[in-house]
Design a protein around this ligand. Structure first.
Ligand code: ATP
Ligand code: MG
Ligand code: MG
Length: 370
């Protein structure tokens, strides 16, 4: 059979691999550490850093088609792969989304709103930025941040210096206006090489300490907002020449205005619910897109809630497994249960969101979902 080569060995790679294997493909993975979540289940493991062109060459030799689950591959390596191997996704979108500045510009160019922002190189820029953008605002590193790492919330003028001191030396920064959102949603959009596009049902995302905690589907917003969110995702997919999967994180204000927060050019944590709740899941859809297959139906089968299991929850979840009959448990095969580390997730499906919610709350591990 054909082999799919995945750059990056984390849980997204693992779930891509599980889907691809189910479809009959073999799996090769490139990842710096042995026995990674994806490496554990792959047919071939290439142990190499993401920026190692020799490693990429070895992965390409083992594979018929390549994809990535890890976003921070260097431009040089991404270009090498695009030119010398079969990477249907290409490297343009990957490189655009690696920097919050180029990402925001691309979104704006396609006519979609982002929070007012300013790129920051010096403390002088930051003082000027805060003057223009106001308080509260948030200072972020342009590259490499995830789970709220590399961000500082500016709540008062006294925070300006501290924010700058805590992030300086981490490359270019961006100051964003804090959007007083009513809720956060995300749309997972997939496009294949012949231009077929699908979106998954809009998910409502609850963050705790800037880490995704839960995704509730369908999102509890007006139908117009649902339609607009999906329209934005499709416009971005077309405008950015997407091949594969793109997650679009958005803020929805009280008046139903939508701002795009950020993009992830791959399957996304907020789309894990699709594994049980949709006709085709985001990982299968991604594999279909990069393998030049027709896309599947994204129909929602039942309302669902996905809850992340972080390191600090792991013990309690395992202790309470007897209460988990109605859940689908996914563990990522990570050894060390560090605080804040994504170890797995639970998905509950039901006849209504209320039913899913009361089941999720039964466990008593997390703050109550409301
Ligand atoms: P990840 O990639 O893991 O989603 P990240 O580190 O890239 O996270 P962001 O998505 O930029 O971080 O921010 C994390 C969360 O912080 C957002 O989901 C949102 O809850 C809040 N947040 C970030 N920027 C803003 C903003 N401008 N206005 C309001 N809330 C914000
Ligand atoms: Mg991010
Ligand atoms: Mg985010």
């Amino acid at each position: 059979g054909s082999t799919i080569g995945i750059l990056g060995g984390g849980q997204l790679g693992r779930m891509m691999a599980l889907s691809a294997r189910y479809m009959g493909y073999n799996i090769a993975v490139m990842e710096p550490s042995k026995n990674s979540p994806c490496g554990q289940i792959a047919d071939h493991e290439v142990i190499a850093t993401y920026n190692d062109i020799e490693g990429a060459r070895e992965l390409a030799k083992l594979s018929d088609v390549l994809t990535y689950e890890f976003e921070n591959i260097s431009a040089e390596t991404a270009k090498w792969i695009e030119e010398n191997a079969n990477l249907p996704q290409g490297s343009d979108l990957l490189l655009t989304t690696q920097h919050r500045g180029t990402e925001k510009k691309a979104i704006e160019n396609l006519g979609t709103k982002v929070a007012p922002y300013m790129l920051i190189d010096t403390v002088h820029d930051l003082l000027k930025g805060v003057k223009n953008i106001g308080i509260p605002s948030v200072l972020k590193t342009c590259r490499g941040g995830y789970d709220g790492k590399g961000q500082y919330l500016i709540k008062s003028p006294e925070d300006i210096e501290i924010a700058y001191e805590s992030l300086k030396g981490k490359g270019q920064l961006v100051l964003e206006q804090w959007i007083p959102f009513e809720l956060e949603v995300s749309v997972i959009v997939t496009r294949n090489q012949v231009g077929e596009v699908t979106t998954f049902p809009v998910g409502e995302n609850i963050h705790i300490n800037q880490i995704l905690h839960a995704t509730i589907v369908p999102a509890r917003v007006d139908e117009e907002v649902i339609i607009e969110a999906q329209k934005i995702a499709i416009e971005l997919a077309r405008g950015l020449n997407l091949v594969g999967t793109l997650a679009v994180e958005m803020f929805v204000t009280e008046t139903g205005e939508i701002y795009v927060n950020e993009l992830a050019p791959r399957p996304h944590n907020s789309g894990h619910y699709t594994i049980e709740a949709c006709e085709t899941d985001q990982f299968e859809q991604h594999i279909r897109a990069i393998c030049n297959l027709p896309l599947g139906s994204t129909q929602l089968l039942k309302p669902s809630i996905m809850v992340n299991i972080l390191g600090e929850h792991m013990h309690k979840v395992l202790e309470n497994l007897d209460k988990l009959s109605d859940y689908h448990l996914h563990l990522y095969g990570k050894k060390e249960a560090k605080t804040g580390r994504k170890m797995g997730h639970l998905t509950v499906i039901g006849e209504s969101i209320e039913e899913c919610m009361s089941k999720a709350n039964e466990l008593g591990i997390w703050p109550e979902l409301k």
